[in-house]
Design a protein around this ligand. Structure first.
Ligand code: NAD
Length: 512
């Protein structure tokens, strides 16, 4: 049998690349200087896989200085030069795909099939997309609007971007932050989550190996309150882009606002999954299980609240619970595994706490416990389905970020859509129906940055991702992300060559 933790080289083939430390500044790896260390732990085994020195303030300062020094050259490169570099970057990523997949599986506990088929190819595709998009940056208008002038818009990079990323999709989040920023001519300092710095570091190194100049992409691996706050408050950082929880996003916004920075926030979610009574029950049940359990439910767009119209409710609960029980928990590196552990034991205990508190007012239909046997030492939690909870209860309103789906009934279409919108979040939502009018109404009325019809989860590089309400503002991916990472400048040319312009009358009167 495959024994987790006994074959580290297979789980972590890129280990040697981290020998010099977990900071990446001006094109080179370095140790952090905070005097404190942090473990990267394999959540499937609880064993330490890597330990690194956390970034201190001086590491953040050095990374920002490197990004600042690289900015004029990178901003001055032609779109074609930046595009070529990003195309080479995509090729290097593709050559190293297996190292990325294993490092991501190791640090997060994701099944290898997920990292091989989703995280890594998604990142390569995103890189290729931004290689193309780098040549498509446009100002919107040019013309003689006043009659006496030619006006046009220049779209320019902002400067040094300071980005902060979460642990749930470390590689994809690094890509979503870094790629639009650098495609638009900015330079960047990225702080990955403390638990999961490995693939962000591999990403930055691959960029340098592909010929992206030193200092364009820098990584500081440090704590949120330490390196994170230093980066957000830094005077030489022109923009903060943050992906993480709404609570931390508020703190980041306070600091960024105090230093008058451009701000992009991708925050938490609690996506509804609305099943109307004409929906294909089997498709909806399969979609709910996949949408709730992807990445062990640690997905900001995961299906978390299924609202099912009364005629289908009982059958939906029964079928969804039965399907959940077929999902195979196991070692992320074993071929038969569908679902890995949560990212850490502390996070697993947090998820269990939500379910345990809900027992006082709701019913746990399946799951609601950690598995025993071989999986006992890992941060595993069984797929969990909860019913009977009130709309205003914690399990319906709070972001749990684990493999937990709450199912609630509704009667009228009005009620279903109202309940779906009734949380502070607005990142994603789905509606399940064969009726085109119901589907159209749902796309109009669901208050979320993404609405799926008869599916839940897929994303694509060409389309924007971002929240409404407490899920934040601004867009990742797609050409829309350039709105965050560029600023527009109005340039106005006088066409008259007159010494005394027409409008000077407002100052000189009619005197010649
Ligand atoms: P988190 O908010 O705890 O941490 C996110 C990042 O912020 C980490 O790098 C952390 O070190 C840093 N941080 C913590 N305190 C900080 C501070 N005071 N100042 C600056 N930085 C600080 O989130 P998490 O637990 O890592 O990730 C899960 C959360 O991320 C969930 O809420 C999830 O919905 C959200 N998320 C959102 C999206 C999206 O696109 N909207 C995508 C992925 C994850």
């Amino acid at each position: 049998m495959h024994k987790p933790g006994t074959d580290t080289p297979e789980r972590f083939p890129a280990r040697d690349r981290f020998a010099e430390g977990a900071q990446f500044v001006a094109g080179r790896p370095a140790p952090g200087t905070s005097g404190r260390t942090q473990a990267v732990t394999d959540p499937a085994t609880g064993e330490e896989a890597y330990r690194y020195e956390l970034a201190g303030e001086s590491d953040v300062d050095a990374a920002v200085a490197a990004a600042r020094a690289a900015f004029p050259g990178w901003a001055g490169a032609t779109p074609g030069e930046r595009s070529d570099a990003l195309n080479r970057f995509a090729s290097v990523l593709a050559d190293r795909a297996e190292d990325f997949a294993r490092a991501e599986s190791l640090q997060c506990g994701k099944p290898l099939k997920l990292t091989r088929e989703f995280d890594v190819p998604g990142t390569i595709d995103n890189t290729a997309f931004f290689a193309g998009a780098a040549r498509q940056l446009q100002g919107q208008s040019a013309g003689e609007y006043s009659g006496d002038h030619t006006s046009y818009v220049r779209r320019e990079p902002i400067g040094v971007v300071g980005s902060i990323a979460p642990w749930n999709y470390p590689l994809q989040m690094a890509a979503w932050k870094v790629l639009p920023a650098v495609a638009a001519g900015n330079t960047i300092v990225l702080k990955p989550a403390e638990l999961t710095p490995l693939t962000s570091l591999l990403f930055a190194r691959a960029a340098v190996d592909a010929g992206i100049p030193d200092g364009v992409i820098n990584i500081v691996s440090g704590t949120g309150p330490g390196a994170g706050e230093r980066l957000v408050g830094h005077g030489d950082v022109a923009m903060t882009s943050f992906t993480g929880s709404t609570a931390v996003g508020r703190r980041v916004a306070e600091i960024a606002t105090a230093t008058v920075k451009r701000l992009h926030l991708e925050l938490g979610g609690k996506a509804p999954f609305v099943v109307f009574d004409d929906a294909d029950l089997e498709a909806a049940a399969n979609g709910a299980v996949a949408g709730a359990l992807i990445n062990t439910g640690q997905d900001c767009t995961a299906a978390t609240r299924a609202y099912v119209q009364r005629p289908l409710y009982e059958a939906f609960v029964e079928r969804t619970a039965a399907l959940m029980e077929t999902v195979r928990l196991g070692d992320p590196f074993a071929p038969g595994t569908d679902l890995g552990p949560l990212v850490s034991h502390a996070h697993r205990d947090r998820v269990a706490g939500f379910v345990d508190r809900a027992r006082a007012y709701a019913t746990v239909v399946t799951g609601g416990e950690a598995p025993g046997g071989d999986l006992k030492r890992g941060a595993y939690y069984r797929p969990t389905l909860v019913t009977g909870a009130a709309q205003d209860s914690e399990i319906v309103q709070a972001e749990i970020f684990g493999p937990v789906l709450v199912v609630l009934p509704f009667d009228t279409d009005d009620e279903g859509l109202r309940l779906a919108n009734d949380t502070p979040y607005g990142l994603a939502a789905s509606a399940w129906t064969g009726n085109v009018y119901r589907a159209q109404r749902a796309t109009r009325e669901l208050r979320a940055g993404c609405v799926w019809i008869n599916d839940h989860i897929p994303i694509i590089s060409e389309m924007p991702h971002g929240g409404y309400k407490a899920s934040g503002f601004g867009k990742d991916m797609s050409a829309y992300s350039f709105e965050e990472y560029t600023q527009v400048k109005h340039v106005m040319f006088d066409n008259t060559a007159a010494v005394r312009k027409d409008w000077h009358r407002t100052v000189f009167g009619d005197r010649p």
